[in-house]
Design a protein around this ligand. Structure first.
Ligand SMILES: O=C([C@H](O)CO)[C@H](O)[C@H](O)COP(=O)(O)O
Length: 207
């Protein structure tokens, strides 16, 4: 299972510092949506230039203009971009078209999708590399949120999936056991006193 570090910070400078500390222990460096909104595509270029050996994941959360948004992010250096599962099929297909042009990939983020396993199958048929079983920061704070639902939906989907939203040292073993291809950890790493040690601990917990 791969480890992805979601950098939900607001400046390229802090993302570069976080990435430098965590990179030896992670496979994928994610530019969080707030970072891309704050800094623009130049943040993607800066992270890829600093870490050409890492998979750079741009969490665009595209909802429309799939081909155009994916094309400009791949052009800036992204290896993977996200499109929302709630977007129309033509938006996802457009992003996949751009990915094929660049030799890169599209990940469909299932945040807010009611029937995640069913939508997962549809979007992989449209050409997505994998889906993200995702509970966003707001959903995690809601009453009744259970992390286990994400794992159950991933297993039920029958397609390659990642898990994001609440992954930490205590939960990452269950993510691995669910069959996820990728565990995505944000705050468990960037909020730690020692970012490198936190990333290393997650890596060690995967086994
Ligand atoms: O994608 C995310 C969210 O929508 C804000 O951009 C987070 O990076 C993702 O949910 C990871 O969350 P935590 O690991 O719980 O910080």
């Amino acid at each position: 299972m791969k480890l992805q570090f979601a950098m939900d910070t607001l400046s390229t400078e802090s993302a570069l510092a976080l990435a430098a500390a965590a990179a030896p222990h992670v496979d994928i460096l994610e530019l969080g949506t707030p970072l891309i909104k704050s800094e623009g595509l130049s943040a993607i270029t800066a992270i890829k230039a600093a870490h050409p050996d890492k998979i750079v994941f741009a969490d665009l959360k595209t909802m429309d203009a799939g081909e155009l948004e994916a094309d400009i992010a791949f052009g800036a250096g992204a290896d993977l971009v996200t499109v929302l599962g709630t977007a129309g099929d033509s938006t996802i297909a457009g992003a996949v078209k751009a990915a094929k042009k660049h030799g890169k990939g599209v990940v469909v983020d299932l945040i807010g999708v009611a029937d995640k396993p069913a939508r997962a199958k549809q979007v992989v048929a449209l050409g997505a590399e994998f889906v993200e079983m995702h509970a966003g920061l707001d959903e995690q704070a809601e009453d009744g949120f259970t992390f286990a639902t994400l794992l159950r939906d991933g297993e039920a989907s029958g397609v390659p999936f990642s898990v994001a939203g609440g992954v930490n040292a205590a939960s990452i073993g269950s993510v691995r056991d669910s069959g996820a291809r990728i565990a995505v950890a944000g705050s468990a790493i960037y909020s730690a006193e020692n970012v490198g040690e936190a990333a290393a601990a997650l890596r060690a917990a995967i086994g």
